[in-house]
Design a binder for this molecule. Structure first.
Ligand SMILES: *Cc1c(COP(=O)(O)O)cnc(C)c1O
Length: 387
């Protein structure tokens, strides 16, 4: 196994490495091109501003929006906060009701909880065994006071992809805004905010081979026009919606990452589908059960249960060779079971038997083969010990 660099990284839902081509694009903006994109009185600032607008164009192209509908933020966490808090505060006159679902990322769930403390009403829709909401239940949950529906595009633990176009249609039929946390989807599956009738969409560069600490919120400009209240106050950057000096190198990297992903997505998905199918086929021989939807899923995600095993023990014992996780990075420090696995109907014990594999752009077939062999081996040994 000479060609393999250990530990093999298979945790791409937590973060992705920065693509070399992205890094190269960013470097000048840490050097000579250090200008503040708001300082338009001289060439330093102007140069930075041109780079930012170029990235805005690249990003809007990737999601089918207008360039002036992209607001740069520090990442999907901030975008989710801005979308939820900013929208509920702005449209208080209309109502105080938010609809979301139980399997959202903590950046949505904890923001929703915060809104409850502020006096807003939140409905947390349940999901079925595959991690999907019931669209009839969604329709029936909308009231006159509903302002916003926030449902994630693709789940970061089990990879289930929601029917966002249908949710967008339902929202618009009832004059409700629709936000989606697409941190795991953008750059991985085709997204089109027009076709999908999305009003706001959270994105994060470090989930798509860009740098950490930069993201964006797409905010629809027409039909309907929406303008959330800002949650950061200051210099009035980003159309007064998000104050703060722009992270120019980050933005440039994000733009490049978006451009690359649009070119490489189809081939990548083909490769990942083949590999995750192969992995599951092999793991199923040892009794592994799939978590998430069998077909409406991210191709690079594989979340499986090995009944009777303690996944943390396995993951720790092979961490020198394979970097994988039991669930989301934000909750791995806790002994609490995953809220996503509980929501799809696993009990507390079986939720501790789940392993999440997240494949990525730079993985090689031989790494996947090594991983299959290693996991099969350790599961076999572990179950023999137990018997
Ligand atoms: C990673 C992630 C986030 C948080 O994004 P950051 O840019 O790290 O703040 C939010 N939602 C989902 C679904 C994610 O996967």
């Amino acid at each position: 196994m000479s060609g393999i660099k250990f530990p093999i990284y298979l945790d791409h839902h937590a973060t992705t490495p920065v693509d070399q081509r992205v890094l190269e694009e960013m470097l000048p903006y840490f050097g000579d091109k250090f200008g503040n994109a708001s300082s338009l009185d001289h060439t330093y600032g102007y140069e930075a501003s041109v780079a930012v607008e170029n990235a805005r164009e690249q990003i809007s192209k990737g999601i089918g929006s207008r360039h002036d509908e992209i607001i740069f933020t520090s990442g999907a966490t901030e975008s989710n906060n801005l979308a939820l808090i900013g929208t509920m505060e702005k449209y208080k006159e209309k109502g105080n009701h938010l609809i979301t679902c139980l399997t959202e990322h903590k950046a949505v769930l904890d923001t929703a909880k915060h809104l409850e403390h502020l006096g807003y009403d939140v409905t947390y829709l349940p999901v079925n065994h595959y991690g999907e909401i019931d669209l009839e239940l969604l329709k029936n949950s909308i009231t006159k006071k509903t302002v916003l529906i926030s449902i994630m595009t693709a789940n970061n633990e089990i990879g289930t992809i929601a029917d966002v176009a249908e949710i967008g249609k339902i929202a618009h039929e009832r004059d409700v805004f629709f936000h989606t946390d697409a941190a795991q989807a953008v750059g991985h599956i085709p997204m089109d905010v027009e076709k999908m009738q999305i009003d706001m969409m959270s994105m994060s560069a470090h989930k798509m081979y860009g740098p950490k600490g930069i993201g964006a919120l797409y905010i629809r400009g027409v039909k309907p026009r929406i303008k959330p209240e800002s949650i950061l106050h200051g210099g009035g950057q980003e159309r007064n919606i998000r104050s703060g000096t722009l992270n120019v190198p980050g933005i440039v990297g994000f733009g490049k990452a978006m451009e690359l992903s649009q070119k490489e997505m189809d081939l990548e998905n083909k490769r990942f589908r083949e590999w995750t199918n192969l992995m599951f086929e092999e793991f199923a021989k040892l009794g592994a059960v799939l978590n998430g939807h069998p077909s409406k899923r991210l191709t690079h995600n594989l979340n499986v249960n090995f009944p009777g095993i303690e996944s943390k023990a396995i993951i720790n014992s092979i961490s020198k060779e394979i970097a994988i996780s039991a669930g989301s990075a934000c909750t791995t420090q806790m002994v609490e079971p995953s809220h996503v696995l509980l929501a799809i109907g696993l009990d507390e014990t079986s939720s501790h038997s789940a392993i999440r594999f997240g494949l990525g752009r730079f993985n090689q077939k031989e790494e996947i083969e090594f991983c299959i062999k290693k996991i099969k081996n350790i599961i076999q040994v572990t179950s023999e010990i137990k018997i």
